[in-house]
Ligand binder design. Structure first.
Ligand code: GLN
Length: 247
């Protein structure tokens, strides 16, 4: 069991619009509560994404900054190397799109992603804005995932990629060829990419997912008492989902 967890928060100035940088804080805090040290390093725009980290975090962003994040990621062989050697990536919304093959840029341009994950995002309408509830893939052993979405892109997963879960409320990936699914789980070498349209930040509202990421680095974790702030946020989203209708 390693005692220090190295977390890269990738391009927070470009992919920070929706507060997804909070995912790094949640990981560091939940590690600290267990006496584990987690080091969070911000990979700033213009830098290549280095290898050498255990966890990589990509957040959501607007179309132009997202295109810059894609360019930086395309030019970063270190990311693929790290994942192939066992690192885990959490990618949210624009982050998910950036790791795929292509996504829509401004003015209808088709922008090239990093190609780390076999998925493609195409333009869609209307914009998906609102609560998103996802029943995660059963193999993950996680409870329902809560958060919100705000995107126009519609994502199609390639044959080797499975969804993070089934959408119970909201849109998620939203591609007509693969209805009612959200996100992606892609095995890449010894590592893994977990991607989702859930903002929140997703790890603040879904601590079990945060622990899954930490456990991918350090192995089995001692359990923690429920976090009252996370439980309150989950209860609020669950109540709202019941009002709008859970599938
Ligand atoms: N710009 C992308 C879209 O609208 C991603 C938005 C986001 O990250 N929330 O699809």
């Amino acid at each position: 069991m390693t005692s220090s967890i190295r977390i890269a928060l990738v391009y927070p100035e470009l992919l920070g619009t929706y507060g997804d940088g909070g995912n790094a804080l949640v990981l560091a805090r939940r590690a600290a509560w267990r006496g584990l040290h987690a080091e969070v390093v911000e990979v700033t725009a213009g830098q290549p994404v280095p290898s050498g980290f255990d966890l990589y975090l990509y957040g959501g962003g607007e179309d132009d900054p997202q295109s810059l994040a894609a360019a930086g990621t395309r030019d970063s062989p270190g990311l693929r190397r790290a994942v192939e050697q066992g690192a885990t990536v959490l990618a949210v919304c624009a982050g998910l799109q950036v790791l795929g093959s292509h996504f829509p840029g401004t003015d209808g341009r088709r922008v090239e992603g990093s190609g780390l994950v076999d998925l493609e995002t195409v333009p869609g309408a209307p914009r998906a804005v609102g609560d998103l509830v996802v029943e995660p893939d059963a193999t993950l052993g996680l409870p329902l995932l809560y958060g919100y979405e705000n995107h126009t892109g519609r994502t199609l997963l390639g044959p080797g990629v499975r969804p993070l879960g089934r959408v119970r409320s909201g849109l998620g990936n939203g591609h007509e060829a693969q209805p009612d699914v959200d996100g992606a789980i892609a095995e890449v070498g010894a590592g893994r990419v977990i991607a989702t349209y859930l903002h929140g930040p997703v790890l603040a509202q879904n601590p079990a997912l945060a622990d899954l990421l930490l456990a991918s680095v350090v192995g089995t974790l001692p359990p923690l008492d429920p976090d009252p702030a996370a439980e309150a946020a989950r209860a609020l989203r669950a109540a709202r989902a019941r009002q709008t209708g859970v599938r």
